[in-house]
Each structure stands twice: as structure tokens, then as C-alpha cells.
Design a protein around this ligand. Structure first.
Ligand SMILES: O=C(O)Cc1cc(O)ccc1O
Ligand SMILES: [Fe+2]
Length: 428
């Protein structure tokens, strides 16, 4: 079933698509009477007056306006999703988690979300939160919408079948998907699905500038795929759960709001296959900064200091001469949350498992564990291909704060990854 749906290609393209011929107005956005009695509705991802190259909005032609809903009330489910982070002073410890074992057996994507860490208040329009999910059922007559930011979905196992207001997308492990702020969607699954969600409250993710790399490379715009218009014509109760200013809310409509028959514009969900990433690295010596692996970036107001960078560590050749090839020891003013989709990560010989998570926050010393360090220090430096792996990092300029759940479930012995390094021996 995966990969059978049609898609529109190109990052941030100006798309137009209609599921019923004649639904899309020609030559104007808001005709006096849209075709078939549809309602024209604009959804803005940027301020009206954002510079043209940053301006993102789409026009949706739908069977009922989004405004047609009764009041939202607090949502009582999903107790581990968006509970707020722990208020206790945060120790400057490195943290790591196994894939959570204790998540509910009977949850859909929304109730199966567990927030692990976050920074900033979503209302400040800055920061990022990292959630995990484990879902064992499809969302039936339920949708989710996030007013607090865009959602980057990173499946680790199980394909997500997304039905968004703007159409359908399939997202298997090895792919990512982005749902823009405010776009309603449903997640259907077969069996069990696990993965990660990076919730970006700040500036929308975009492709990084390439500087001296030139006009091609890293994630290429043509490999991003957005859905074609698709809708459901359903008149039965449909619950809409909304995350709004850090809390969850619910209302029930008498119809499905996935009733967008046509749309046009440059604000749209997309998916991207991480295997398409054109990985660039050293062909001489030294280990470059991991910014070379940036797939998407959300800038902050300070040039070069990302609100969030989504970075991957894909299969790649290591050829550096006289070089310690894995990530070096370091302390970083940026804060690093990492996940693993499959395989092993080259800086951690063990303990960092697919579906697990780690946090190396502001200025915490980290790098290769003892075993990885020893192996890399002693290795014969022929060309070696790192294969069968996909790790990722969500690097943010704002230190993360774990949730109470995360603090309770962290590995107790992570510090031992860096215990027992032999002392350097100076000349006598
Ligand atoms: O800490 C990590 O494992 C992530 C990382 C990888 C790398 O290649 C260089 C720096 C860095 O922070
Ligand atoms: Fe790091």
C-alpha cells in the first residue's frame, strides 16, 4: 500500500490541486460564490506581511468553514502528552532513555503520545518539544490539530497513513513528514506504530542555505512531496482534539473537517525520504561539524543560531586520514536531543537503542563512549562505510527541560558510558 498515493513535488512549491473537477476557482482566491457552494478559507503560516520569500499560506475550498464548531473543553485523555515540563531545578546531567516499555497497549496516535522534553512556552512562538508515540489503533472519527506549531513526524516502526485536510500521505520508517501548524489530520495505522515527533513552535522548518556547497546537495527540494487534494464527505460526529497554548482541548463536530475538496498555495504538509539525503563529508581529514547533515532548519531571531535543526546521521563513507572519525568529545552551547531510527550510532557502542532518546543539554560534556573511542583510536584508517543506520538530532539553541515522566524513566547509569577513560601519559 505504501508509496501508491500521488504527490506534488518540490519544497515550498506553489501548488494547486482539486479532487473534484471545477472546485478550484480560476484566477482569483475568493469568488463571490465558489463552485458547488464550497467555502473559501485562507490558512496563514506566516504573517500577512512576511517578506515574499518567507510568506506561506494556502487557500482551502471546503464543504463547511472551520469556524463552524462549538466551544472546546479540556481534553481528559493523553495524560502523558503536553503535561508541562518538570519545575524542579535541572541537574547538568546527560540523559538517555530506552524505548519506553510502559506505554498503553490500546491507544491511537494522540493518546499514545508522550512528551519527553520541551523548551520555551509555545505562546512565545519559539522552541521545540520532543515527543514519542506508540499507537496500536487508528484514529476513528477523531482528528488532531496543533495550534502550537508544526509537527515533524519521524516514524521508527510502523507506517503512518495520514489523512490531512490537504490530502493523504504515507510515511514509513525512513521517511519524515511535516504537518503545518493548524492543519487537521488523522493517523491510521496497521498493527503497532512507534516513533518520534518534533513539535516546532518557532519559525517554520526550511531547507538550510548551502553556502559554498553550491546549488545542489543535502536535502534537494525536488524530493519533498506534498499531497494532492482528497476529502471525506462524512456527516457523523467527529472529535477534534487541539493542542493550544500548551494544553489539550476537544470539541465534537457533526461532520468530518477533512472536507477540503481543492486547495492551492505554498503552505502544505510534506513527506521526505531520508535515503534521498545527499550526505556530504570530509574527503581529507577531521570530522566536520554535524551541521553538514542538516535536513531542515528553523532559524531563531539570531542569525546562525537555530531555534531547531533537524539533522540526520545516515549511511556514509568515512575516509578521513589521520582522523578520529566518530563524533569528537565536545561541549555545545546548543542543546542536542537525539533519536535512533535503526542500526547503531557511531558514537555509542551500546545503550542507545532504536526508539530510544538522549539529551546532551547546554554545555554538557559528551562524545564517544569508551568502547567507541577505543575502537576508533585503534582502527586501521581504510575507507569504511557506516551502513544500516539512521540516527537523528533535534538541536536547539534553547536548553531542553525533560518532563516528569522522562526524568522518572531515564537510564540510571548513562554516566558510565564515559567512565574509565585511560589518563593521558605525559613525557617524563
Ligand atoms: O553528540 C552527538 O553525538 C551529535 C554530534 C555528532 C557529530 O558528528 C558531531 C557533533 C555532535 O554533537
Ligand atoms: Fe553532540
Amino acid at each position: 500500500m505504501a508509496n501508491q498515493l500521488p504527490y506534488l513535488t518540490g519544497f515550498g512549491g506553489h501548488f494547486e490541486t482539486e479532487a473534484v473537477a471545477g472546485a478550484l476557482p480560476k484566477g482569483r482566491n475568493s469568488p463571490q460564490r465558489p463552485a458547488f457552494g464550497l467555502y473559501a478559507e485562507q490558512v496563514s503560516g506566516s504573517a500577512f506581511t512576511a517578506p515574499r520569500h518567507e510568506n506561506r499560506r494556502s487557500w482551502l475550498y471546503r464543504m463547511r468553514p472551520t469556524a463552524d464548531h462549538r466551544p472546546f473543553t479540556p481534553y481528559q485523555g493523553a495524560s502523558l502528552f503536553a503535561p508541562g515540563t518538570s519545575d524542579a531545578p535541572l541537574a547538568p546531567n546527560r540523559l538517555r532513555w530506552d524505548p519506553p516499555a510502559s506505554l498503553a497497549d490500546d491507544a491511537d496516535f494522540i493518546d499514545g503520545l508522550v512528551t519527553m522534553m520541551a523548551n520555551r512556552d509555545p505562546a512565545s512562538l519559539e522552541g521545540v518539544a520532543i515527543h514519542l508515540y506508540r499507537a496500536t489503533r487508528s484514529m476513528t472519527d477523531r482528528l488532531f490539530v496543533n495550534a502550537d506549531g508544526e509537527l515533524l513526524l519521524i516514524p521508527q516502526s510502523g507506517t503512518l497513513h495520514l489523512f490531512t485536510e490537504m490530502g493523504r500521505m504515507e510515511v514509513a520508517p525512513g521517511w519524515i513528514a511535516l504537518i503545518p501548524r493548524g492543519i487537521r489530520f488523522r493517523v491510521d495505522i496497521e498493527g503497532e506504530a512507534r516513533g518520534y515527533v518534533a513539535e516546532n513552535h518557532g519559525a517554520m522548518f526550511r531547507l538550510p542555505d548551502l553556502g559554498p556547497i553550491g546549488s545542489n546537495g543535502l536535502a534537494n527540494p525536488r524530493d519533498f512531496q506534498s499531497p494532492v487534494a482528497a476529502f471525506e464527505n462524512v456527516d457523523r460526529p467527529c472529535e477534534v482534539i487541539q493542542k493550544y497554548l500548551g494544553s489539550l482541548w476537544t470539541t465534537t463536530l457533526d461532520h468530518s473537517p477533512l472536507d477540503v475538496v481543492a486547495w492551492h498555495g505554498n503552505l502544505a504538509p510534506f513527506r521526505y525520504e531520508l535515503a534521498r539525503f545527499n550526505t556530504i563529508g570530509t574527503v581529507s581529514f577531521d570530522h566536520p561539524d554535524p551541521s553538514i547533515f542538516t535536513v531542515l532548519t528553523s532559524p531563531s531571531d539570531t542569525p546562525g543560531r537555530a531555534n531547531a535543526d533537524f539533522v540526520i546521521f545516515p549511511p556514509r563513507w568515512m575516509v578521513g586520514e589521520d582522523t578520529f572519525r566518530p563524533p569528537w568529545f565536545h561541549r555545545n552551547v546548543m542543546s542536542e536531543a537525539m533519536g535512533l531510527i535503526h542500526g547503531d550510532y557511531d558514537a555509542k557502542a551500546e545503550g542507545f537503542r532504536p526508539g530510544g532518546l538522549s539529551l546532551h543539554n547546554l554545555m554538557s560534556g559528551h562524545g564517544p563512549d569508551v568502547d567507541s573511542w577505543r575502537k576508533a583510536s585503534e582502527a586501521e584508517l581504510r575507507p569504511v562505510k557506516i551502513e544500516g543506520t539512521m540516527a537523528f538530532m533535534v538541536e536547539s539553541c534553547w536548553p531542553y527541560r525533560p518532563t516528569a515522566f522522562a526524568l522518572q524513566h531515564a537510564q540510571s547509569d548513562y554516566d558510565l558510558a564515559w567512565a574509565d577513560f585511560p589518563k593521558a601519559q605525559l613525557p617524563q
